[in-house]
Design a protein around this ligand. Sequence first.
Ligand SMILES: C[S@@+](CC[C@H](N)C(=O)[O-])C[C@H]1O[C@@H](n2cnc3c(N)ncnc32)[C@H](O)[C@@H]1O
Length: 394
Amino acid sequence: MTLRQKIEHEIRERGPIPFSRYMEMCLYDPELGYYSRHAEQFGKAGDFYTSSDVHAVFGRLLVRQFDEMWRMLGSPKQIEIQELGPGRGLFAQDVLDWSQKKFAEFFHALHYSLEESSPALRTRLQATLSRHLGTGRASLGKGTTSIVPNHAQTSRALAPEVPVIVFANEFFDALPVEVLSSQGELRISLRNGRFVETWAPASVEELEFLDRYGVQPETAERVEVPLAAQDYMSRITAAVNCGFIVVIDYGYLREEQLAGRHRGTVTTFHQHAVSGNPYEAPGEHDISAHVNFTALAAAAEHNGIKTQPLLTQSQLLMGIGEKNQFADAFEECRLPQEKAKVALQLKHLVTPAGMGENFHVLVGSKCVDPEMVARLSGLSFGKSRLWQPAAQEG
Ligand SMILES: C[S@@+](CC[C@H](N)C(=O)[O-])C[C@H]1O[C@@H](n2cnc3c(N)ncnc32)[C@H](O)[C@@H]1O
């Protein structure tokens, strides 16, 4: 049975399905979903690049930041980095290798745990990280073939009292969203063997979400309601007793949406090209939606996390790397042409024309004085504040 047939079968059985269910099946059906089927989504031969595909300096700079965070926590004997959706594990590999080489004390305390749901990517992680998994420095969470976010495993590898740094790069944009228009909530139905869009009344929860964190769609407009991301953030931050969260993704603040941007952000990627039609080839294309950082920060704050003003990736990396002129990037370069190539890769990660301005960074902490946290090197370039955390809502 193809994935299209599987989805058609579900629609015949259940009636029109919510867009979030359609997206979930396309990405995470246990056998046929885009992420479950194979591990070739990333890099030049795949459909998209993430920062770790560009250069190891992304992970290396983050190690500097993690080491600072660990010191800020009082250099505890143990610290866990819990990475959500590590994909094929390049970031984890860069962090583990670089901390072993350059930050021995931090490495000694570190346990790196990986929460990856895709069976194919879990196999890839086992190969990429075999050395660190073998020594017990890293561990792979149990994972789940049922990717319904409510069933996702978010258990800690170490005891709950061990401080943790939760890290997620391009994770929340890959979680299923609901789509709303002035006609209601989007459902996917079948007509003459084709997927067609129909609309059902929006739920109270969805409408409340938009009142608090988004905008109500105007005629002919669509907006997303990322309830699965909210749920995931709530559960992951509820399990943090002491530590940090670092979330990097493309996304927006409510203010930007009020100003008319980021409305209808569901995007389909295939071989590095954007296609607007998620129904074309279910399971063959990546589907994602921009992250609502106002909502995500509120979910974290609700669980006692103090969030810092949102940064751009550019500000974060400039803040960490500027002090030593980004020496972490050039460590292995011997020839001038090697240096020139790495300089271009670094530029891609940092500059507005590359990934620097589209990607935003949410940093939060629990049991650490937020004023101290604001002095982390990665936050030092965040002078042009994009956003101040909203007062806690009831
Ligand atoms: C866009 S990829 C990002 C991969 C990686 N972070 C990077 O930057 O290259 C999203 C990843 O999240 C994983 N994922 C999605 N939902 C998940 C869940 N509930 N639990 C664990 N992993 C999940 C996917 O399988 C995929 O590997």
